[in-house]
Design a protein around this ligand. Structure first.
Ligand SMILES: [Zn+2]
Length: 127
């Protein structure tokens, strides 16, 4: 689990109290929107569902520091546009293969374990 980014059920972002823009990963300090002078960003749990914006499979292991399973098992990745916030969050896909995915289909946030042990957010079929 990545402290401060994912609490096991929700991604954690920050929302600017001036312009309502949402940031993920969570960002503190000044609002990143150059038109906004907001300086207060509050933590917020983000939508658990979204729609596929793009997807692919990774047939070759990513470079270090990523630790791959031996032998390497290709993974599926999806960029998902969150239902409310309309921002796109990349994640590994669990329970669906690349040929199961379509742009615009709904996915739901879930949790999965990487080869070297950490538990992270992943995208899976809606439950
Ligand atoms: Zn702002």
């Amino acid at each position: 689990m990545i402290p401060g980014w994912f609490d096991g059920t929700h991604l954690l972002g920050t929302r600017c109290t001036s312009c309502q823009a949402v940031f993920f990963p969570p960002h503190h300090g000044f609002c990143r929107d150059p038109r906004c002078e907001g300086e207060e960003l509050v933590e917020e749990r983000l939508s658990r569902r979204g729609t596929v914006w793009s997807y692919t499979n990774a047939c070759y292991p990513p470079p270090a520091p990523f630790v791959s399973a031996e032998p390497y098992v290709p993974v599926t990745l999806a960029a998902v546009e969150l239902e409310r916030e309309r921002i796109v969050v990349l994640g590994q896909v669990k329970g669906l293969a690349v040929e199961d995915l379509r742009v615009g289909m709904e996915l739901e946030l879930t949790e999965g374990t990487l080869a070297d042990g950490p538990s992270v957010w992943m995208w899976g079929p809606p439950r």
